[in-house]
Each structure stands twice: as C-alpha cells, then as structure tokens.
Unconditional design. Structure first.
Length: 161
C-alpha cells in the first residue's frame, strides 16, 4: 500500500512540475504572468492568526517566508491531488494509465481555487472580483488541464519503471 501511495503522490508532483514548466513557457514566450505563489503563501501564513478570508491579500504586509510557504503548499497540494487517482481508479490506473481519469480529477478539483483560494484571497468566487474574471477562470481551467495531462504523462513514465 505504501508503494501505491508513493506512486500517487509522485504522479501529482509530476503533474505539478509540468504545470510549472507550462507557466514558465507562457511567461517567457507570451509574457503571461503565472500564479504569484508568494501571495498564496501570505494568505496561508495569515491562517495561523485565524484569518481565512481577506478583502485583498495583496494589500496585506508581506509575511515571513511567504514565497517558500506558497511554493511548498503548491507542491504539497499537487502531490495530494494524485491520491484521488488511486482512491477512485485504483492500482490498475498506475499500471495502465489513461488520460481521462487525471483530467477528470484536475477539473473536479477546480472547486479548490474557485471556491476556497480565490475568495479567501479577496478575488471573489471563481475570480469574480478580478479585473478579467473570465480570463482568470479560463487560465484556471487550462492550468488544471495541463496539470491533468502532466499527471497522465508522469503516470506513463512511472508505469514503465
């Protein structure tokens, strides 16, 4: 069972790395800014004081280690996102990965940024308070899709080992 959990977490971490490479390519080639993980870290850091939602997390003073907190949370959550593959599709998916299960997982998990992270950071439900809400939503859908494809690619690589 430990090996299965490790495969699931590695699959999620691989998907996260692919997502980050995608974001880096978008930034370098098209100038599209990615997620500011330091702001996410700032939001998470305020949770220690019992504050889970803000009017604007960007308006808060910086928190100590917010960049590291944000990046660690990003990879911890990404790794955990591999667990539904094991829980729903079982060990068999890791032996013979197919593309649809990780895409389903990545799309269903859009509830986290839309209904937890964005409102908590002051961006409204599904980014409704951002300057271009539909662009914010589309970027999330595309990013989660890339993450799902990254989990599929990672699953294929791990199945061959």
């Amino acid at each position: 069972m430990r090996c299965d959990l490790m495969l699931a977490v590695l699959t999620g971490l691989g998907g996260t790395a692919v997502l980050d490479l995608w974001a880096l390519a978008l930034k370098r080639l098209l100038g599209v800014p990615g997620v500011n993980w330091a702001l996410v870290g700032r939001w998470i850091a305020t949770m220690r004081q019992g504050r889970f939602a803000h009017i604007s997390v960007a308006a808060l003073p910086p928190a100590a280690g917010e960049g590291a907190i944000g990046w660690i949370a990003h990879y911890a959550i990404g790794g955990a996102y591999g667990l539904p593959l094991l829980g729903i599709w079982g060990k068999g998916w890791f032996r013979h990965p197919t593309v649809i299960p990780p895409l389903i997982v990545s799309w269903v998990l859009l509830v986290a940024p839309y209904f937890i992270m964005m409102p908590g950071m002051g961006w409204g439900l599904a980014g409704a308070k951002t300057p271009r809400p539909n662009v914010t939503r589309l970027k999330s859908v595309i990013g989660h899709s890339v993450f799902g494809l990254g989990m599929f690619a990672t699953g294929l690589m791990l199945a061959r080992i």
